[in-house]
Design a protein around this ligand. Structure first.
Ligand code: SF4
Length: 737
């Protein structure tokens, strides 16, 4: 191939467009990686609507990782103590099919689990759902998105009646006030931050508030940084609401016309006067008042959040309490406003569309809804009742199923739970107990491959054709531009072949990924995420497309790909007689949400705080997070020289006052201990972290470090609604080594 191709970055949910060109030069002049492989050139795609040519270091260096340490052939071993031996695909498939049949007979359907990934393309996700939830009748498919944004999903569903972020990136450049809570956007979603930062710098009236216990790169440029104590987000949000009520800075017209439940919420926020909130959050009263003043004085407020809100034992309550602020001030449905969840993985959104969590079905449907199940059963040609009405095992409950012996087959694909799951001591012990683990991945070794009985080599980004959806609902075509190494195959093809060998030949009769995508888009017809107007061909010809995008005349009439069209289509039952293109009260008094009566719902939550607060024995709160250059468990970025130089080793941030008290000097090796495990890190003394709190990056697993695994310390206590674990905070003690 000699021409450059357009695709999307396979790291974070910003979904930047990339232009990839074949290796330049010939013979010895070709640019090569450390293993002698020719490197493809990557630059930002200026025509991509989401990123406009910008990329961060991860996107710019992605091609340097794609040839290193690849798993090329299926491998099998009978026990974890034996070495792997290479086998044919035929032998590997037969072994898996035999095991599925054995587990169905001896454990029951619940004994089969699959743990997938936001790294999947939508086509991979879709075929996995059809295999497990449809043909096998098991909802035990969960993904690493459970650890990432399931609280955002639950919050949107409960407050607005549906999942689906109501904002788009253009809102970053149309707001008067950006409220960033629980997100280090500068490092974790760099290109979103670039857009916001440029706009903020250029427009003096625009305010940026950052809420984070750390003074991150994001907080450094804010007009106001609120370094709240971990776990006090709801106190803060209710405290801002209290002041807005006191000042009568609320939009009663919007609330009367478009919402319900405000009285119960008003009763809750009555208990959050500034003095109480400032004390609980550990911030100054005038800073709290300033934050509320920015909300009150800004015509348009946009909130951004990610893991700091979602990874919490009260994650759904936090998200809904943030949405409350938007509802009480009428900051939704207008350009430059709204609650905007930034997704972590590149295709977490595609996973939501394809039903890639244990409680949902394709097309923004839920397994508990009988009509939704019937629609999918009919579409897939299944018998009525074939899809189970019971949500399957979420990520942590798959681990519990291994502990109790109820899970007889765990199939892990495109993710690395031996680093990323909470409470790694328990997770690893459970993985050791697994009677049969299939691990399907592009790389070998990883920390998780040590726990596998079968390794299946997967084609990765650039080696298969498919689509990905980013945080602002923009779908980008990702064409294959190179051959997979050895015998690696696309994930969807592997799932489909297992389906055919189980006897579902009609169900998995797909010629290629385009055929898979065509079937998938049809299942979204008439749904909120209607993508029937999107196809591989259209994406290849016209470039990225934002959903909703139905294939009817409605697309042109309603301008569904513009923001206003999205808002009205996304959350309202459109009234064609009214002029909804007018921005202002006339528009948003018409807003109808996807709840039964069209009204958004206020939530009334008191703050519960951390699941594991500090005490005398474990006096510090540990918070974990990401660094600019690395991606999650370093499966790719740990193999890129430039990024390794940027972040050579793990560390623990500690405030100078705490360091002095514990007689810790810069660079000293310290041991962190929680109730579950221990890990060691060199100390980094900095005022960027609040006293009584320490921070460690989450990227280092057993392959890349000596005892610096952050998740040896974290716990699995989760939000009861979203089942997302509280990876962000646990209690620790610090010992000098
Ligand atoms: Fe890739 Fe995210 Fe960086 Fe964009 S911001 S280049 S999507 S890692």
């Amino acid at each position: 191939m000699s021409e450059s191709i357009k695709t999307v970055c396979p790291y974070c949910g910003v979904g930047c467009g990339l232009t990839v060109s074949p290796p330049a030069g010939t013979g010895r002049s070709t640019h090569r990686d450390g293993e002698g492989n020719p490197i493809w050139k990557t630059i930002g795609d200026k025509s991509h609507p989401s990123s406009q040519g910008m990329v961060c270091v991860k996107g710019a260096t992605i091609t340097e990782s794609i040839d290193k340490s690849r798993l090329k052939y299926p491998m099998i071993r009978d026990s974890l103590s034996e070495p792997f031996r290479r086998v044919s695909w035929d032998e590997a498939f037969n072994k898996i099919v035999d095991r599925i049949q054995f587990v169905r007979q001896n454990y029951g359907a619940d004994g089969i689990c699959m743990y997938g990934s936001g790294q999947f393309q939508t086509e991979d996700y879709y075929i996995a759902q059809k295999l497990l939830k449809g043909c096998l009748g098991i909802n035990n498919f969960d993904a690493n998105s459970r650890l990432c944004m399931s609280s955002a999903v639950a919050g949107y569903m409960q407050s607005f009646g549906s999942d689906g972020p109501p904002c788009c990136y253009e809102d970053l450049e149309l707001t008067d006030c950006a409220f960033l809570i629980g997100t280090n956007t500068a490092e974790c979603h760099p290109i979103v931050f670039n857009r916001l930062r440029k706009y903020h710098k250029k427009h003096q009236h625009v305010k940026m508030i950052v809420v984070d216990p750390r003074c991150t790169k994001t907080a450094e440029v804010a007009d106001l940084h609120l370094a709240i104590k971990p776990g006090t987000d709801i106190d803060l949000l209710n405290g801002i609401a209290h002041l807005l009520m006191r000042w009568n800075a609320i939009d009663t017209l919007f609330m009367d016309e478009c919402t319900k439940g405000f009285p119960a919420y008003a009763e809750v926020i009555r208990h959050y006067p500034p003095e109480t909130v400032a004390r609980r959050c550990g911030i100054r009263i005038d800073h709290l008042e300033q934050a509320a003043r920015y909300w009150a004085d800004s015509e348009r407020v946009l909130s951004l959040w990610s893991m700091g809100m979602n990874q919490s034992s009260e994650g759904t309550a936090k998200v809904r309490t943030l949405i409350n602020l938007h509802l009480m001030t009428g900051n939704v449905g207008k350009p430059g406003t709204g609650p905007f969840s930034l997704t972590g993985q590149p295709n977490a959104m595609g996973g939501r569309e394809a039903g890639g969590l244990a409680h949902i079905l394709p097309g923004y449907r839920t397994v508990k809804n009988p009509q939704h199940r019937a629609e999918i059963e009919q579409f897939w040609g299944l018998n009525p009742g074939q899809i189970s009405p019971i949500p399957g095992r979420d990520a942590w409950n798959q681990i519990v199923g291994l502990e109790t012996g109820e899970v007889g087959l765990l199939w892990i694909a495109a993710t690395n739970p031996a680093v990323s799951m909470p409470d790694l001591v328990r997770t690893k012990a459970a993985l050791l107990k697994s009677p049969f683990t299939v691990y399907q991945d592009a790389y070998y070794p990883t920390e998780t491959s040590a726990y596998a009985h079968i390794l299946l080599p997967a084609a990765q980004w650039g080696e298969k054709t498919g689509t990905m959806t980013n945080s602002e609902r923009v779908v980008t075509f990702c064409p294959q531009f190179r051959s997979p190494p050895g015998e690696a195959r696309p994930d969807w093809e592997i799932f489909a072949e297992v389906g055919r060998r189980l006897g579902f030949t009609r169900e998995f009769n797909f010629a290629n990924a385009t055929a898979v995508h065509t079937e998938f888009t049809q299942i979204t017809r008439g749904r909120l995420c209607d993508m029937t107007g999107i196809s591989h061909e259209k994406l290849a010809e016209f470039g990225p497309i934002q959903w909703p995008c139905p294939d009817t005349a409605l697309l042109q009439e309603d301008e569904s790909t513009s923001r206003m069209g999205i808002f009205s289509f996304l959350f309202s039952h459109r009234d064609k007689d009214k002029n909804i293109t007018h921005i202002g009260k006339r528009l948003y008094t018409n807003l109808r949400f996807k709840t039964n009566d069209g009204r958004a719902i206020f939530a009334a939550y008191h703050s519960k705080g951390l699941a594991e607060p500090p005490n005398n024995e474990y006096p510090f709160v540990l918070t974990v997070g990401r660094l600019y250059g690395h991606w999650h468990t370093q499966t790719r970025t740990g193999r890129i020289e430039k990024i390794v130089k940027m972040h050579p080793h793990p560390f623990m941030e500690i405030h100078p006052r705490d360091a002095a008290k514990l007689k810790i000097a810069e660079g000293d090796l310290v041991e962190l201990r929680s109730r579950r495990g221990k890990a060691r890190f060199p100390a980094k003394i900095t005022k960027a972290i609040a006293p009584h709190t320490v921070f460690v990056p989450m990227h280092w697993g057993a392959l890349w470090s000596n005892d610096a695994e952050a998740n040896l310390l974290t716990h699995h206590e989760a939000c009861p609604t979203s089942l997302q674990p509280e990876l962000k905070a646990c209690a620790v003690q610090i010992l000098a080594v």
